[in-house]
Design a protein around this ligand. Structure first.
Ligand code: ADP
Ligand code: ADP
Length: 228
């Protein structure tokens, strides 16, 4: 579902991503683990072409994104949701309005938008917070809003950029379990990056370990952890 083929990205002399290939099958959760500066975030941003690779190809759901025109790319990006460490919600809009935002951008009509927002609120367990503002929510609730917003256009793929790194351990587990449940219920394919091993062991099927732009280990999580 997500295929990166020999992807490289340099910033001047820095090889942020150096010849990385990976293939995440539909319905799998793949984690990329590495310390700060390893290239995880650059790699994740190449997966939806927020960052265009210098070389290599990126395909999502069989469509090669690196071959598309800018306008086709905008359409295809609706198939890829993204969540961030610091949620990136609009503070002056309600929870419902934040979730509705991508639907507005896709010009979904008002009644369909309303129905979809209600469904998403239910999905992430925030029906009673529809009219609250982000500042009135806990960190975990804010991340639930961000996840609901990312899922609004019914993407096949979710990219997670350290989604639990700003959360306490208990809330981290809640959010990871939510992601695992969404994967099961929606048959989502998830690519996540993290610097925390616990995130990998809790929900990932497979993982890559990155260091200095390169994947240094790759495989099923159980196998990776069995390494000495
Ligand atoms: P990670 O997410 O693992 O912390 P990054 O992908 O953010 O790693 O960074 C990988 C390397 O690329 C680092 O050396 C970082 O300084 C460099 N880098 C990342 N983004 C940029 C940028 N926009 N301009 C210049 N260098 C960058
Ligand atoms: P509008 O001008 O259409 O109200 P907003 O930008 O204020 O739009 O976004 C609010 C969105 O959330 C709308 O699509 C609205 O239908 C939806 N919405 C607001 N409150 C609720 C709720 N309690 N349950 C479901 N959807 C809601």
């Amino acid at each position: 579902m997500i295929t990166l083929h020999h992807v490289s990205k340099n910033y001047g002399a820095v090889r942020a991503v150096d010849d990385v290939s990976l293939d995440v099958p539909k319905g799998h959760i793949h984690g990329v683990l590495g310390r700060s500066g390893a290239g995880k975030s650059t790699l994740l941003r190449t997966a939806n072409l927020l960052e265009r690779p210098d070389s290599g190809t990126v395909a999502v759901g069989g469509t090669e994104l690196t071959a598309l025109s800018a306008s086709r790319l905008r359409t295809e990006r609706a198939r890829i949701g993204m969540v961030f460490q610091h949620f990136q919600l609009l503070d002056n809009r309600t929870v419902a309005a934040n979730i509705a935002l991508p639907l507005r951008l896709h010009k979904t009509e008002r009644s369909a938008r309303r129905a979809r927002v209600a469904e998403l609120l239910e999905l992430v367990g925030l029906t009673d917070k529809a009219d609250a503002y982000p500042a009135q929510l806990s960190g975990g609730q804010r991340q639930r809003v961000a996840i609901a917003r990312a899922l609004a256009p019914r993407p096949d793929v979710l990219l997670s950029d350290e989604a639990t790194s700003a959360l306490d351990p208990h809330t981290t587990v809640d959010i990871l379990d939510l992601l695992a449940r969404l994967r099961d219920e929606l048959d989502l394919t998830i690519l996540l990056i993290t610097h925390e091993l616990d995130v990998i062991t809790r929900i990932c099927d497979t993982a890559s370990i990155m260091d200095e732009g390169r994947v240094v280990e790759h495989g099923a999580v159980a196998g990776l952890l069995a390494e000495p």
